[in-house]
Design a protein around this ligand. Structure first.
Ligand SMILES: Cc1cc2nc3c(=O)[nH]c(=O)nc-3n(C[C@H](O)[C@H](O)[C@H](O)COP(=O)(O)O)c2cc1C
Ligand code: SF4
Ligand code: SF4
Length: 420
C-alpha cells in the first residue's frame, strides 16, 4: 500500500491530486466533469466561457488527428473556439459541480472580448462558486478580433485584462499563456503585474499538421478552407516542458505553474512536475484514451514516490531545474562511446547502416555472422545506432577514462594541399 500523498496546494487551493482536465471539449459540461471526478481527476479547468454577446459557432469539422506511421494521435489539430454553450448553462453546471463534488476543484476559464466582459465573466464565475479563474490569453484561432493568443502576444493587454479581473474578484487568478511567442516570460510577468497568482502553459501550438495532397487544403478541411491553428498532444510535449521550465527558472516570476501539453502517462506528468509545474492538465490524452488514464497516472506516480521514499508530491516540484544549464556549461573533458551487448543482437544491420551514413563510420559488418564490430577509437558517441536498434538497451553509453581520445575522422582531401 502506497503512502504517497498526491494532494497539493496550488495558488492557495488544495487539490486532492494534481491531475486536471484542461479547458477543452473534455471539460464541456457538468455531466462530463462529474464523471471525470468519479474517475479520479482532482480538478478541472472548465471549457472557456464567454458572454452571450457574440455567438460562438464552431467550424465543422473542427479537429484532425495527426497519426505517425502506426501510431494514432501523436498530435491533434483543432480549430475549436471557446464554449458555444450559453453562459447561464455553464454557470449552472459549475454550481452543480461544486454542490456535488465540493472537494474537487473547479477552475473557470474565461475570455472577454472587452474590458467590461472580462469583469462581468469574472464576477459571474465567482458567484457561481468557482475555486479559481483561468484567464484565456492563449487560444490561437479565435475569430473574434483582439482575443485569445492575440491578447497573450501583447503584454500590455495581458496586464490590463488581468488587472480588470483582479479588481472584481478575490479568487486566485491563473493566466494561461500561448507558446506562440518568442519569450513566454514577458506576458507572464505582465500577468503577475496585473495581479495573477499563477500561470498555466501551454495552450496549443499554432501549426499545420497536414495538407490534403489531392485537394491541397490544410486539415481539418472546412469546406475547402483550412487554417493555421492549434496543435496539441504528445508531439508538443517538448515545447510544453521547455515553456514550464523557462517560467520556473525566472526569478522575478516566482508563481505557481500549471503545466500541460502532451501529458498522457505518469512519466509525462512527473516530467512536468520536475520542471516546476504543481498542477497538470490534460486534453488530447483524454480524447485518445478517456478519463480512465488518470488511474495509471495516480498509480504510477504513487509507486514512483513510494519506491523513493517521497512522502509529498511537493518534494518533486522543480526538482529537475537545478540540472538545466546552457550548453557551454557541459564538462567536455568527459567523453564516452557506444557499448554493444551482442549476445542479444538479431543481426538486422540497422546500426551499421546508420553509423555509416550518419555516424562515425566506426562499425564493421561481419557478413557471415551478421554482427557489427566496433572500432572504439572511432566512435563519436552520437548514439544514433542505439536509437535505431530494435533491441531495447542492447546499445548503451559507456564513459571512457579521462584523457581518452577518439581518432580523427578520415580526410580524403589531404593530397589537395599540394595541388593548392
Ligand atoms: C479541441 C480543443 C479545444 C480546446 N479549447 C480550449 C479552450 O476553450 N480554452 C483553453 O484555454 N484551451 C483550450 N484548448 C487547449 C487545451 O486546454 C490545452 O492547453 C492543449 O490542448 C494542450 O494540452 P494537451 O496536449 O493535453 O491537449 C483546447 C484544445 C483542444 C484540442
Ligand atoms: S555511437 Fe555513433 S559513431 Fe558510435 S557506433 Fe554508434 S553510430 Fe557509430
Ligand atoms: S541494430 Fe542492434 S540488433 Fe541490429 S545489428 Fe545492430 S546491434 Fe544488432
Amino acid at each position: 500500500m502506497s503512502t504517497a500523498d498526491l494532494s497539493i496546494d496550488f495558488c492557495g487551493v488544495k487539490f486532492l491530486n494534481p491531475f486536471m482536465l484542461s479547458s477543452s471539449p473534455v471539460a464541456n459540461c457538468a455531466e462530463m466533469v462529474g464523471r471525470s471526478f468519479d474517475a479520479g481527476w482532482g480538478g478541472v479547468s472548465y471549457k472557456t466561457m464567454v458572454t452571450d454577446r457574440i455567438p460562438i459557432i464552431h467550424p465543422s469539422p473542427r479537429m484532425q488527428g495527426y497519426d505517425y506511421g502506426d501510431k494514432k494521435l501523436v498530435g491533434l489539430q483543432n480549430v475549436e473556439q471557446t464554449s458555444d454553450r450559453g453562459l447561464k448553462a455553464n454557470l449552472l453546471d459549475i454550481m452543480y459541480l461544486k454542490k456535488h463534488w465540493p472537494r474537487h476543484i473547479v477552475m473557470a476559464s474565461i475570455m472577454g472580448f472587452s474590458n467590461q466582459e472580462w469583469a462581468d465573466l469574472a464576477r459571474a464565475c465567482t458567484d457561481a462558486g468557482a475555486d479559481l479563474l483561468e484567464l484565456n490569453f492563449s487560444c490561437p484561432h479565435m475569430t473574434v478580433e483582439g482575443s485569445g493568443a492575440k491578447v497573450g502576444q501583447c503584454e500590455h493587454l495581458v496586464e490590463t485584462f488581468t488587472e480588470t479581473v483582479r479588481k472584481v474578484t478575490k479568487l486566485p487568478l491563473v493566466a494561461k499563456m500561448t507558446p506562440n511567442i518568442t519569450d513566454i516570460t514577458i506576458p507572464a510577468l505582465y500577468a503577475k503585474k496585473g495581479g495573477a497568482d499563477g500561470i498555466a502553459a501551454i495552450n496549443t501550438v499554432a501549426g499545420i499538421s497536414q495538407i490534403g495532397i489531392d485537394d491541397m487544403v490544410i486539415k481539418p478541411n472546412v469546406f475547402g478552407k483550412g487554417a493555421m491553428s492549434g496543435f496539441s498532444g504528445p508531439a508538443v510535449k517538448p515545447i510544453g516542458l521547455k515553456m514550464i521550465a523557462t517560467l520556473a527558472l525566472n526569478r522575478e516570476l516566482c508563481l505557481p505553474l500549471s503545466g500541460m501539453g502532451g501529458i498522457e502517462t505518469w512519466i509525462d506528468a512527473l516530467e512536468y512536475l520536475l520542471v516546476g509545474a504543481s498542477t497538470l492538465q490534460v486534453t488530447t490524452g483524454i480524447i485518445h484514451y478517456g478519463y480512465r488514464i488518470v488511474e495509471d497516472m495516480i498509480e504510477g506516480l504513487s509507486d514512483y514516490m513510494a519506491t523513493r521514499g517521497i512522502k509529498n508530491i511537493k518534494e518533486l516540484v522543480g526538482k529537475g531545474l537545478k540540472n538545466i544549464c546552457e550548453p557551454d556549461k557541459f564538462d567536455l573533458t568527459r567523453q564516452g562511446i557506444a557499448r554493444y551487448d551482442l549476445d542479444r543482437c538479431c543481426g538486422c544491420g540497422q546500426c551499421y547502416r546508420v553509423c555509416h551514413d550518419a555516424g562515425g563510420q566506426a562499425l564493421e559488418w561481419d557478413v557471415e555472422k551478421r554482427r557489427p564490430s566496433l572500432d572504439e577509437d572511432k566512435c563519436l558517441s552520437c548514439m544514433v545506432c542505439s536509437f535505431v536498434c530494435p533491441v531495447h538497451d542492447l546499445i548503451t553509453y559507456k564513459e571512457m577514462p579521462q584523457g581518452w581520445k577518439r581518432k580523427e575522422t578520415v580526410t580524403l582531401g589531404k593530397e589537395m594541399e599540394k595541388v593548392g
